[in-house]
Design a protein around this ligand. Sequence first.
Ligand code: MGD
Ligand code: SF4
Length: 763
Amino acid sequence: MTDFSRRDFLKLSAAAVGALTLSGAGEFGETKAGAAPNYWWQRETATKSSYCDMCYWHCGIKVEVADGRVAKIYGDEEDPLSQGNLCPRGQAGVRQLYNPDRLKQPLINVGERGEGDYRKATWSEALDYAAEELSKVSEEWNGPESIAWLNHCTSGSWFSHIAAAWGSPNNGGPAHSLCLGSREIASQLTFGLPVGEHMPVDWENTKFITLIGNHIGENTHNTLMKDFMGAVDGGAGLAVVDPRYSTPASKSDYWLPIKPGTDTALLLSWINLLIRENRYDRNYVEKYSTGFEELKNRVQDYTPEWAAEVTDLEQRKIKEVGREMARYRPHAVVPPNRKASWYGNDTQRLRALFILNALLGNYGREGGFYFNSEPWVEDYSFPSMKLENTGGGCGGGGGALGEDTLPEDVRERADNKGEKFLYGSLSEPELIEAMASEDPYPIKGLVVSGNNIFHSAPKKERTKEALKNLEFYMAMDILPQEHVMWADVVLPESTYLERYNDLFIGHHKSTPFISFREPAVDPLYNTKPGWWIAKELGERLGLGEYFPFDDFEEYLNERLGPLGLSVEEMKEKGIVKQPQLSQPYLEDFESQNQDPPFGTPSGKIELYSERLEENGLDPVPTYDDPEEPPDGFFRLLYGRSPVHSFSRTQNNSWLSEVDPENEVWINSKATEKMGLEEGEYVVLENQDGKKSRPIKVKKTERIRDDCVYMVHGFGHDTPEMERQDGKGASDIEMQSDYELDPISGSVGMNVNYVRVAEKGGSS
Ligand code: MGD
Ligand code: SF4
């Protein structure tokens, strides 16, 4: 019998809002009418140390707690990332904690999957049931590989830990295939080094920056934005290549409104120009790279004149920007963007970008890229696991270029049947396809944590089919997002302000550091930290030996011990910087008679990749024209809002007040032709006849007329969260197609097209 339906959810949320309002217990301690002021700082306060989880940048924070309630969050001045400042999302973390819509207790589904009929359960009931069902799937469907694990949050790595210990290779998240995988693989192929979490661009010394569709300022990463603006304010020249007049384009010296999908042509033409006009850094190339002559031969036809035709850019501008880069080299940099998966040829596009940087002689030089230096922190000594833990947490998923190390009794990963792609971590959309088709083998169990599989992966309908095909599906989350309310067991995690997490190990230029997270307040409702949930589940699955600690302080103390630190000390300090000798530039290695740290087989920058050639792939990037939009359709482009993270924050009361819904940017000439007014609602339809929710029109000169643009993360279908439900449209609903990158397994979603199908409607 159902005792907890969607309607109850809404009632419960409303009651919780009421309770907060009546008690006057807002986090800033507002006063009841007529009462004496009682600000939070006049109460008993405590300061807690943590790092922000509103995005994976993980700025260090201090949390002020007054009478057991979080009153304020601010940046930790000691932290190299936040440097004492937070973005709006960081400050709004407090509204995530006190969000009345949060998941409040474990739930067990009692209806059809997707209908949202639940009964409340105790923790032991929910965990016993989950362990029993997962074990049943493993026994009946040929082992742990019949269960997939998709994680994207700081606690998610504990579920990846279970997958690795138990032996499922179907373990990962969106970070690789839907975000930065192709960038990481291209960097590894060229320099033998990852780009890593915090892009090692030497902003403070750079003199000329070229951004390729990298909308810094709309996508907000605290330090990145500050460093970038510092460089621009300090006089660095700026060129922005984007079909849209983005925020950085508005600060630029050169805006290149490129035809979407033709960036590789532009990059190759700059390579051609630097070589043809002898403007590249000859000494650097001779000393540190291999394959220059082959590169020179292969790019000789990719002239700026040719590229101007292909990219729809002015020839003069292409040449001028190329020459500016050369003028300022090696202090000229072309940073890669983070959301690198666009068109399915992404590793080659990124290879072209890195080769261009190499010709500018900027890797390991001031004003280019510096060499990262990670702090040394001992791993916890777990018993050896069946598989390597492939992560899946935030920002994970660089994707190794190494050999497959699966033991003989474990089947291959289901996402790469027939070796459709060469390298890389799990490709989430390909895994979902394997779940739906049962090809190459049935996957009948799924565990999802902190990964909105209805909003991060394309082909949402196929994702629903995959879920229907499962025997058991469990989700751990903090909110009743749409995909969560499809799960058989729903486990409510405490938010980052209520729990311990692992150490965050980072670096910012020559400063390696570790940040610490402690609970600022006790968990609200009947929620639990992710590490506890995973440990309890692991023990029930017979994997208790992989969780050999009683509580999380014990775990953290074992990691901190070799550094001469402890949990008690970290509570005080929050951040510890390591006085480790760092070598950001090539000259630092040379002065110590050391080889440069390029990790390629040749030990040099590989302009020509023999590894790609051996695998039948282009050793030097080549260019293919993108498909043209069908008649009457625009290419659909998408990006970020400065105050939202993915599809996670639209329900946050402060953030949704600032940015409640998205708009579709359409060029004014096109709106005039269609008779569309600014602010009116339209329904979009894609090439496969999929229709969007109504979305507001933004009529603008700031975008080309062959594409439209919308911010990702809106258009939720979540009756349990009224504030975000149905606001704006979801780009994912329009992304019913993608192109798979044959090198990295990344999926390019900029290969979808929309037209305005109807006028009218509202949010
Ligand atoms: P992209 O999606 O690559 O994002 O940040 P970016 O790397 O900046 O770039 C979007 C820009 O590319 C848009 O300006 C778009 O018009 C342009 N563009 C689209 N197609 C093309 C093309 O064919 N050629 C060129 N040259 N430009 C094109 C994404 C990054 O943002 C990522 S990956 C994550 S995961 C973070 N997410 C995030 C968030 O959710 N919210 C906020 N506020 N910030 C975030 N920062 C991060
Ligand atoms: Fe938090 Fe903003 Fe820093 Fe991301 S950039 S960690 S949301 S403060």
